[in-house]
Design a protein around this ligand. Structure first.
Ligand code: DAS
Length: 365
């Protein structure tokens, strides 16, 4: 009998494959328990990703900050496969018009959501012009390891080959991914995942607009994240700053350096109440000789002077290399570009005025 069954076994198995579905002899698969989708909140602030042009050919001529968050979400129904999403319209602005008040208000709303146990991730749709500043600000002051992902687009949704829908899909995929926890605030555009600290807008007309001098952290492709690096600088849970303890941000300005420079801009910023001036210096944060006396005088009046580099592939400014920073009691921004140095200076000055402490902060963040 045993030999008979062994001989007939394969034939009998093959027969079961011919049966109509549901009549197979195998055990019925257990009913698929619906996967608990991560709960992701999308905070909309405006920008091109919410922009609209007159025609599909208008990829560069359009109005930013026109499309409400409900319409953004309705335009990407596939988000429902990734997460349980809901939207909030916190602002509707082109991001070049963000002020410190908008930054603080957005930061406070993010902190509230991050504390909510029914929120697993946060996406912020944002204009690309100052996205890098908001991303760095949040990475400094949000005390959470939950994914906070900023996303924008280079073309409005009305344009041919618009990039916003896929950028938003990718951002929600990353924000709902537990692997994205603890990596600081992130920025996703053009299939790349960047650190909110490192990334900046390097091109103003291409979809590959955002670059990080030390490279992206990873890629997101078809809703899956692939990680290759981790941030090395302090951020979020490991930060000493907390949005809930920052009532206001001091005025910090940026003076751009070039040939034939004089001290007009620096004195004007000081007269307007700046607490620090970021010198966007040529090369290694160099300071033109005619400007040095004014900067030394302003330092003596209590302003902080921060040497950064205007180099567009990112700077690397070290103390006492181009200028006697120890003697002048000036600070250096290290690898931060001028606009990022301004963000860190504002946050740091909300905590300390001490130069040595400030320089430590520039090394660590
Ligand atoms: N004006 C730009 C801004 O809102 C548009 C954009 O690129 O998002 O940042």
């Amino acid at each position: 009998m045993k030999h008979l069954l062994n001989a007939l076994g394969p034939a009998l198995f093959a027969l079961t494959l011919l049966l109509p579905p549901g009549l197979h002899a195998e055990e019925p698969t257990p009913a698929e328990t619906p996967r608990q989708l991560p709960r992701v909140v999308i905070l909309a602030t405006g920008g091109t990703i919410a922009g609209a042009g007159a025609s599909a050919a208008n990829s560069a001529t359009y109005q930013a900050a026109r499309v409400p968050v409900e319409q953004l979400l309705a335009g990407v129904p596939q988000l429902a496969e990734l997460a349980a999403v809901r939207g909030e319209q916190v602002l509707q602005l082109a991001s070049e018009s963000f002020g410190n008040e908008q930054l603080l208000a957005l930061g406070r709303r993010v902190a509230e959501l991050a504390e909510n146990p029914e929120v697993e991730g946060i996406v912020i749709t944002h204009g690309t012009d100052t996205l890098e500043e908001t991303a760095y600000f949040l990475t400094l002051v949000e005390r959470t390891d939950k994914p906070i992902v900023l996303v924008g687009s280079m073309r409005p949704g009305t344009a041919l080959s618009a990039d916003g829908a896929l950028n938003l899909y990718n951002a929600v995929a990353v924000a709902g991914n537990p692997q994205a926890r603890g990596k600081g605030v992130l920025v996703t555009l053009n299939d790349e995942i960047h650190s909110g600290r490192d990334v900046s807008k390097a091109l103003n007309i291409k979809t590959e607009a955002f670059k990080s001098p030390w490279g992206p952290l990873g890629m997101v492709v078809e809703g899956k994240s692939y990680w290759f690096r981790l941030p090395a600088k302090r951020h979020t849970l490991n930060s000493e700053f907390d949005i809930r303890q920052i009532a206001s941000l001091p005025r910090v300005d940026i003076a751009y350096a070039y040939g034939n420079l004089d001290d007009t801009a620096y004195r004007a910023f000081a007269g307007a109440g700046a607490r620090a001036i970021v010198h966007a210096g040529t090369g290694n944060g160099s300071v033109a000789a005619p400007v040095v006396p004014a900067l030394r005088a302003l330092r003596k009046e209590g302003l902080q002077i921060i040497r950064a580099s205007r180099a567009d592939q990112g700077g690397f400014v070290l103390r006492n290399a181009e200028q006697p920073d120890d003697q002048y009691d000036w600070l250096v921004a290290h690898d931060l570009n001028p606009q990022k140095a301004r963000i860190l200076a504002m946050v740091a000055l909300s905590k300390t005025q001490d130069s040595r402490e400030l320089q430590r902060i520039f090394w660590e963040y």
